[in-house]
Design a protein around this ligand. Structure first.
Ligand SMILES: C[S@@+](CC[C@H](N)C(=O)[O-])C[C@H]1O[C@@H](n2cnc3c(N)ncnc32)[C@H](O)[C@@H]1O
Length: 204
């Protein structure tokens, strides 16, 4: 059955509009990591007919929601959900497509241990095509920017859930990404004090 979350309800128009601008027209395969309910793919795939949108999820219960959205999507480019755990070393070879032009991850790295962020970055370095993009959306800390009080409160709440959770420093994420040949190319402020962050696989 289709599920919804308030955050996906709120941000899916912004995500769609920014992706339309950021993703090159020649991109063919977008791999979404941690698709959650499946709302973003259902909302975006129909307006991105040039690419196939491949949703994945770690939580089996959410896979049924994604499947319901896929079944209801008539555009033909919202592919079947695949199970994927970014902490699994083999994830880049375990899912289709063979290589991705774009990897998208929305609101995951603050609500998982740092190892999940590291696994996402390492795997993306392998999975992306030459020049491919990794796009992250969510709340971050930045060393030269004061964190707004709502994000500070969110960070406290996250750490109450699990001491390994919490807003990540963009600088730490970029440093880890660089180890895997992913260079930070764009940082955009989006509503509700979130960022859209773009890394490009550097093949120079
Ligand atoms: C806050 S939800 C965001 C879901 C969706 N991207 C959205 O914005 O609606 C975080 C997601 O991360 C997923 N997740 C947690 N641990 C994961 C892991 N190790 N590998 C992949 N996904 C994971 C959860 O199952 C959940 O769907």
């Amino acid at each position: 059955m289709k599920q919804t979350t308030p955050s996906a309800d709120r941000n899916m128009d912004v995500v769609r509009d920014r992706l339309v601008d950021l993703i090159p027209k020649e991109a063919r395969d977008l791999l979404e990591i941690s698709s959650g309910t499946g709302q973003h793919g259902a909302h975006c795939a129909p307006v991105m007919q040039n690419l196939r949108w491949w949703p994945t999820e770690h939580d089996a219960a959410r896979m049924t929601s994604i499947a319901a959205y896929v079944a209801d999507c008539s555009s033909g480019n919202f592919m079947a959900a695949q199970q994927l755990d970014v902490m699994d070393e083999d994830w880049p070879t375990a899912v289709q497509p063979e290589t991705a032009d774009v990897i998208l991850n929305i609101n995951m790295i603050h609500i998982t241990p740092w190892a999940a962020c590291a696994g996402l970055l390492k795997g993306s370095g392998h999975k992306l095509a030459a020049g491919g993009l990794l796009i992250l959306y969510g709340p971050f800390r930045q060393r030269d920017v004061e964190t707004v009080s709502s994000n500070e409160a969110f960070d406290v709440w996250l750490k109450d859930q699990n001491t390994d959770y919490g807003l990540r420093y963009l600088e730490d994420v970029a440093e880890e990404a660089a180890k895997h040949n992913l260079l930070l190319t764009a940082v955009e402020a989006v509503p509700a004090n979130n960022l859209m962050v773009v890394f490009k696989r550097n093949d120079a």
